[in-house]
Design a protein around this ligand. Structure first.
Ligand code: GDP
Ligand code: ZN
Length: 382
């Protein structure tokens, strides 16, 4: 075996252990969670330097560290399809699904044990018998989609490349404001937003040309589809190849129909991947990646299809309307809200036609908190 190399790593303290740090007022220095410390690997050091001690150094020189240094050759790369706790993780590798557990050091190195391994993660894992294995390392995530629960953000899926924002021309009516809202969210998440306008059988395509033009000028791909006849489906399918994609949009616009048109059964498969029938109820509540025949992944999470993917704060809204960016610097006031101020670069650009009035209207509605889109936050019960 190769020489073991000691790795020192600084990791954030878990929240329930933060009270053990040395603080200025020594009389209040009560170690509340001392028993929790015994649970850590030996070779770990705590450093007691005020704020700095919210981090700790761990030395990974035991079994847990072996795949990180030295034996990475014995590991395989895989993609996590679903993770139900750390003992039931489905990892996809070369057409096979492995049921994996998570090496303890991976959990220790994670900021939150619950988010140590999530659907979408690229992992290195050691294969064992009967399509089982142990996850040794989680590769850095390119993007994460989180849900807030009791003040804590839980990552529900990682490495999403793009979101297909589905709207329909009728039944329900086309709401450009809602498309803009979803676009802000994808900009915030740092992923590509693709606009898909469905139910084209219910309108004349010519009517949509100005709208397509508006988004095309901003660099957003816009597709026109009809899930009932298959119009635009090949184009949509092509955009999904080798990507990890989320479908999002108002209820009833045709997301499930589109997914099933792309690949029959795609929108229905969510509960089957992990395969445990006695856990059926549990698995249907779990984020799952569904494989595309031509390569790529569709993220399917109960309720995610109507969720606003990433929350955008008012102050950052101006940057999420990407065409506003060059004009924001021309406002007289640095904290300009672009709603009413004099000498506002954004308003001037709207008046002179550099910014679409429809997009500016969307900005105003979102900024002023017009609540008419609040249903977008509600999840669909499956
Ligand atoms: P979801 O809630 O976004 O997943 O929407 P569904 O896929 O469940 O579709 C809602 C309704 O719209 C269903 O009755 C579909 O048959 C219908 N629908 C979906 N796509 C189209 C389309 O392209 N044209 C028309 N006319 N109806 C569609
Ligand atoms: Zn302004």
């Amino acid at each position: 075996m190769a020489n073991k190399k000691k790795n020192k790593t600084r990791v954030a303290f878990k929240k329930n252990r933060q009270k053990t740090v040395r603080i200025q007022d020594l009389t209040k220095q009560v170690i509340e969670n001392a028993e929790g410390v015994a649970d850590f690997q030996s070779g770990e050091r705590l450093s007691g330097k005020g704020d700095v001690s919210r981090y700790r150094t761990i030395i990974t020189d035991d079994d847990a560290g072996r795949s990180i240094e030295g034996e990475a050759d014995n590991c395989s790369g895989g993609k996590v399809l679903s993770a139900i706790g750390s003992n039931n993780v489905s990892v996809y590798c070369d057409g096979v699904i492995y049921r994996c557990t998570v090496r303890r050091v991976v959990r220790t190195l994670s900021r939150s044990a619950r988010s140590a391994v999530v659907a979408g993660d690229h992992v290195l894992f050691t294969k064992a018998n009967n399509h089982s294995g142990v996850i040794e390392r989680v590769e850095p995530r390119t993007s994460t989609l989180s849900r807030n629960s009791r003040g804590e953000a839980h990552i529900i899926v990682s490495n999403v490349d793009q979101a297909v924002i589905v709207a329909s021309v009728a039944e329900p009516d086309l709401k450009l404001g809602l498309i803009d809202r979803f676009l802000c969210s994808t900009e915030k998440g740092g992923i590509r937003g693709i606009i898909c306008i469905n139910k084209m059988d219910l309108c004349n395509p010519k009517q949509l040309q100005p709208i397509i033009g508006q988004y095309a000028r901003l660099g957003y791909t816009t597709l026109l589809t009809d899930a009932t006849t298959g119009q635009g489906i090949d184009e949509l399918r092509t955009l999904l190849v080798n990507k990890e994609t989320v479908f999002t949009g108002q209820s009833g616009v045709g997301k499930s129909s589109l997914m099933n048109a792309i690949q029959p059964g795609l929108a229905l498969k969510t509960s089957h991947v992990s395969g445990d029938s006695h856990k059926g109820r549990h698995t249907t509540r779990t984020t799952t990646l569904v494989e595309m025949i031509g390569g790529g992944w569709i993220v399917d999470t109960p309720g995610i299809r109507q969720l606003q993917l990433w929350d955008v704060a008012k102050e950052e809204l101006e940057c999420m309307f990407i065409e506003f960016r060059p004009f924001v610097t021309r406002c007289r006031y640095p904290n300009c809200s672009h709603t009413h101020e004099a000498n506002c670069g954004v308003r001037l650009a709207t008046e002179t036609g550099s910014i679409s009035p429809l997009r500016y209207q969307s900005y105003l509605r979102i900024f002023t908190g017009d609540d008419s889109w609040s249903w977008a936050l509600q999840s669909k019960s499956h």
